[in-house]
Design a protein around this ligand. Sequence first.
Ligand SMILES: CCCCCC/C=C/CC(=O)SCCNC(=O)CCNC(=O)[C@H](O)C(C)(C)COP(=O)(O)OP(=O)(O)OC[C@H]1O[C@@H](n2cnc3c(N)ncnc32)[C@H](O)[C@@H]1OP(=O)(O)O
Length: 248
Amino acid sequence: MGVAVIKLKNPPVNSLSLEVLTEFVISLEKLENDKTFRGVIVTSDCPGIFSAGLDLTEMCGKSQAHYAEYWRAVQELWLRLYLSNLVLIAAINGVSPAGGCLMSLTCDYRVLADNPKYNMGLNETLLGIVAPSWFKDTLVNTVGHRTAERALQLGLLFPPAEALRVGMVDQVVPEDQVHSTALSVMAQWLAVPDHARQLTKNLMRKPTADRLVKQRDADIQYFLRFISRDSIQKSLRVYLDKLRQKKG
Ligand SMILES: CCCCCC/C=C/CC(=O)SCCNC(=O)CCNC(=O)[C@H](O)C(C)(C)COP(=O)(O)OP(=O)(O)OC[C@H]1O[C@@H](n2cnc3c(N)ncnc32)[C@H](O)[C@@H]1OP(=O)(O)O
């Protein structure tokens, strides 16, 4: 039925490095241009981890030019996913904090594996950083304003039952059924004529996407100022050190 599977593979935690973002955009572009494909299942090849989100090492101790290039790539992937003409279904087979969660929120439907470890949410505040307005918009458009406000301020990571309750995911299923469920949901979405579904998706999403499109450069400048602050660099270093020391 013209369904591709994109399996994120950047071990150990599928962090969204510049390379991963760039490759993802290229893969999506190819699929969008190949009329034999109408849908994509986005999933992970890393056991237990859908994606650890943006690659913290790309945002720490690097040059301004690097931060600008990185942030443009983050914007690009979000825009491509959010406005994709393809049906996108996230088969979430692992934990998905921050950018990992955001990626799934850009999809049309989310199936999450029922494993209490598989938390998801926008936890940026816990790192001492702030989710940008378009991350916030994506969450608000999915779960509503009040739930998003509480989740964002507290940096909440929701276990599967809670994620389902607040509408962050559409279905929670046993782990071994995530892929088959995503496939059967895909069949349902593909039963709708493409042009009508695509125009409707655009109607729902374009106003949100346009807010970023109209101020992409300003958004990059804002990111540069924010990420270059000594206090933010320090917070990121402390957070990364904590992650690294967990093993020791
Ligand atoms: C206006 C400006 C606004 C700026 C907004 C910026 C927005 C940012 C959004 C983001 O996505 S920030 C990233 C948020 N991500 C997280 O908080 C997740 C952090 N990671 C974890 O919680 C855990 O790693 C995990 C995903 C639950 C997996 O746990 P596990 O025990 O399996 O692995 P670890 O031992 O923790 O990690 C292995 C290895 O990977 C490194 N690592 C983990 N996450 C990241 C990451 N996001 N980026 C880069 N590297 C990461 C970790 O440090 C370990 O490295 P080591 O060298 O092997 O010790």
